[in-house]
Design a protein around this ligand. Structure first.
Ligand SMILES: [Zn+2]
Ligand SMILES: [Zn+2]
Length: 315
């Protein structure tokens, strides 16, 4: 008999924790870099400072990428466990822990488990649907980089911050297509150690800030794939995020888009809550505001955020 058999959720939770660890390190660099103006840099000087900044961040970025890889390995193990946890056991039976040494059950952790290089093959052999070629290539690429970073001083490896962000978002989307990374990220921020100090109040603000930076950083095709929004489409404030945020210092993050595009559309999608919000299409009461998108939930214009007095509160 075997005890401590892991569940797929155990692996998914651990994998997402590692993804968040890598994300946290990378996002902190981006947020800090975005404050260059606050540190007294003129826009013309930021470009000059940029090379030195990202050169100093090299170790953090390569390490973050190796952590993304470890996260993906754990999540693939979770996928294999959904089929059977015993597929993770490697070695021939003669090398397994003996069932005759003791009457206690054998701890699952006493078995040697399969190597990372075999994970995809084991998954694809037994799963209903194999991983696609794009995922497998990306996984193998990441593994190569990880091996160089872990087993050498990594002089030949150089990754950009956009590559790290892209890898984390690509892997999360490929493995959890129904989720939005930013919803998961906000949950992590709500439960982070500094939430004990009251920081969770800013979880939505900080998540929206990160999503805004990522939207600027990545290409339209990546934003469409990972955030589910068109980078070039007009975007609006999400009524639920606005409601949830700390608005003492204002809240102007516009990440939500009409779905589908068009003047008759009454549904707004937000990649941070990963949800649809119903809007009323009528001109904002502020004559200087061009918006025709008013929240049904809060009766606020979702461009300038002013309350609409002429609209009856549906509640
Ligand atoms: Zn939202
Ligand atoms: Zn308005």
């Amino acid at each position: 008999m075997i005890t401590n058999v892991p569940t797929s959720d155990d692996y998914y939770t651990s994998g997402k924790e590692l993804l968040n660890f890598a994300w946290d390190a990378t996002a902190s660099l981006l947020v800090e870099f975005g404050q260059a103006g606050y540190y007294g840099f003129e826009p013309a000087d930021i470009e000059e400072m940029s090379d030195a900044y990202w050169a100093a961040a090299k170790r953090t970025l390569t390490t973050a990428l190796t952590v993304v890889q470890q996260a993906v390995e754990l999540i693939i193990k979770g996928r294999i466990v959904e089929i059977s946890p015993y597929l993770l056991i490697s070695d021939i039976p003669a090398r397994w822990p003996s069932p005759y040494d003791s009457t206690d059950p054998i701890d699952f952790e006493d078995f040697r488990t399969i190597d990372a290089q075999d994970l995809i093959r084991v998954h694809d052999t037994f799963a209903q649907k194999a991983f696609n070629a794009e995922f497998t290539n990306k996984f193998n690429e990441l593994r190569k980089i990880r091996n160089v970073v872990m087993h050498s001083v990594g002089k030949k490896v150089s990754v950009t911050v956009a590559e790290v962000v892209d890898s984390a978002l690509f892997m999360h989307k490929a493995l959890f297509p129904a989720e939005s990374w930013f919803t998961i990220r906000r949950e992590f921020l709500r439960r982070a150690p500094d939430s004990e100090l009251g920081a969770s109040e800013f979880a939505t603000n900080n998540t929206c800030h990160e999503a805004t930076i990522v939207k600027d950083l990545l290409q339209p095709a990546q934003i469409q794939a990972y955030l589910g929004v068109d980078k070039k489409q007009h975007s609006f404030v999400c009524p639920a995020c606005l409601d949830d945020a700390n608005t003492d210092g204002g809240f102007e993050y516009r990440l939500a888009v009409l779905r589908p595009k068009g003047s008759g559309t009454t549904e707004l999608y937000c990649p941070v809550c990963n949800g649809i919000h119903i809007v009323r299409r009528q001109p904002c009461e502020d004559k200087n505001c061009p918006s025709t998108v008013i929240s049904e939930e809060s009766c606020r214009c979702l461009l300038c955020t002013t309350y609409q007095r002429g609209v009856d509160d549906p509640a």
